[in-house]
Structure formats: C-alpha cells, structure tokens
Design a protein around this ligand. Sequence first.
Ligand code: APR
Length: 324
Amino acid sequence: MPVKQEQNIDAELRERLRSARGVFVLTGAGVSAESGVPTFRGGGNTAVWKGLPFDVISSAGMVARDLPAVWEWFDYRRGVLRHCQPNPAHAALARWQDRFERFTLATQNIDGLHAAAGSRGVLELHGNVWRARCVACGGREDIREMNGGRPPACRACGEWMRPDVVLFGEMLPVDVWEEAAGRACACDVCLVVGTSAIVYPAAGLPVAARRAGAYLVEVNPEPTPLSEICDATIRRRAGEALPRLAIAAVLMGFNRNLLVQMQQATPATLGLAGTLAVLLCYGGHLRVVGESSAARLRMGAVGSLFGLASTPQPGTCAGSILWA
Ligand code: APR
C-alpha cells in the first residue's frame, strides 16, 4: 500500500486520532530543532566536538578513557540548552497527555524540554543531560544542585559521577525500555516525530507498534528508513505539524482526565464551586451544539453526575460529547 505523503492532515488520520484510546509518541532531536537544539544527522547543523564525531565523544569507551572530556562535552551541550525553551511541538504533546485514555511519550532526547513544556512521566530512553549518575552506587543527582567539580564526586559513596545519559555501546535503562516497548505494542496510533530512525533499539519501537496493528504516522520534513512502513507521513517541521494535528483532530481543550473525574464526582465531592464549574462547563457546550443527540447524551451525562438520569456508557458518553 503506497505511503500517503501529505502536507495536510487527511481524514483518516484525523479519525484515527479522534477514536484512539492509546497513543504512543516517539520523539527525536528534530522535535527540539526549532528550540535551537542542534540535531545529530539531518535537518539542523551536525554536532562534532573538538574534531571528535559525537558518537565517539558520547561513547562508553570515552567514559572509561577520559571522563573529564565527556563532562566537558556535556557541559558544552548544557551550555547550548540553557538558552533553549520548549517550542509549539513540545507544548502540543504536553496538552495531549490528558486527551487520551493511554498516552505515552517516549523520547530519545536528553534535553528535558518535554518535561519543561509540562509533559509528565516522559520515558527518557537515552537519559537526561541535567542528571548525573554515580559510576559505583548508581545514585542520581540533579546537576543544577551540585557543586561545579569535574568530574563531580558522589555524595553517597564518594566515587566519580558521570552524565546520566545513555552513551553509544551502552544499554538503555531496562525499566524505561520495557515500559516503552509494552506501551508501543498496545497503542492504536503511533506517532514518530523528528527522528532519523536509525539508532536502535529506539528506532525499533515504531516498527513493533506497526506490527502490533497501530496506525503509524511520521512527522519529519525528510524521509527516513521508517517512512516506507508508515500509514501516513507529514513532511513538515514538528512545531508546525503538531499544533495543526491537534486542531485537525479536535484535540484542543478536551481533558479526558477531567471528564473521568467529573463522571466520578458527585455534588458532595465537588462542593458548591465544583458543581457550578460542572454546570458552567456542560452548560457552555449545550449552547454550542443545540438539541442534537449529543446534546441529549450530554444532558444525560450532566444528569448522571447528579444522579438524575441513568449513566450513559463509558467512552460512548465521552465520544459523543466532543464531536457532535
Ligand atoms: N521537525 C521535525 N523533524 C525535524 C526537524 C523539525 N523541525 N528538524 C529536523 N528534523 C528531523 C531530521 O530530518 C532528522 O530526520 O529530525 C531528525 C533528526 O535526526 P538525528 O539528528 O539523527 O536525531 P535522532 O534521530 O534523535 O538521533 C537518535 O542518536 O546520536 C544519538 O543518542 C543520540 O538520541 C540520539 C539518537
């Protein structure tokens, strides 16, 4: 089946996102390119340090040979990152986390910009440049709270600390990897944003998701080895594509968790302020959509909150509330 190369977002992709319960997103350096973070291979300026290719300076062998040099390289990267802020792509993904029943954001990036944009529980497959890890006891510390010695010593056991980043030739953190792999294989839609998809095992996640039946979408201005197995590709920069995708699939402002809380709430737990908020929230919607079947369902949903009418089916209620 030919891969749909799109500039725009087609009806099937919109529908897949609207009806998705489980969404898995894998991001790479490209999602941070518009924040000014250099990528490694394509699209942005390639990173080489003091004549050493990044995959040499960022390797396990280099930690063994010259830990101070590794610190110098990551201090340089932190220096670049210090001035970088999350961009609209990070912000869009942060908003999506409350939109789906199961939402997973896994990243190869070590820049911490997803969390800075408000994303919770980000699976950091390659670690985080703002953390240090003890080479002996494995203790972790936030580098921003440590003194400037290089390499720094572990406050727990006194041994050297190294950047808590997965370097070439090293294993990914097993717990993070297993969670990512499990969730990739259980999603309805898998979105791959801003990665050249050549570094494994992370690049294997979307392949596994596709094999498990997920609808696979790539967002990247350039084709990658993954493009040929995608169901759709969006050849745009992430900072443009993701906010558009959110609007196109009506993902803005809908907070699934809030809806679940509201469905579980009663006037007793909500209190006066909360009850008014519910009424205002649902009242507003009523105004927009009028007497359609969704309005009736919505009335039902409001009613069920106050034990006035039978509770509509979970998911059905949610589904029809938003897309009358
Ligand atoms: N929006 C979306 N994609 C972009 C953008 C953008 N604004 N700008 C560039 N890209 C794409 C490029 O076309 C390229 O395919 O992002 C990709 C960046 O690829 P790499 O630099 O190879 O980064 P990544 O795939 O994240 O690298 C994987 O390799 O070096 C290791 O550990 C490092 O995590 C990294 C891993």
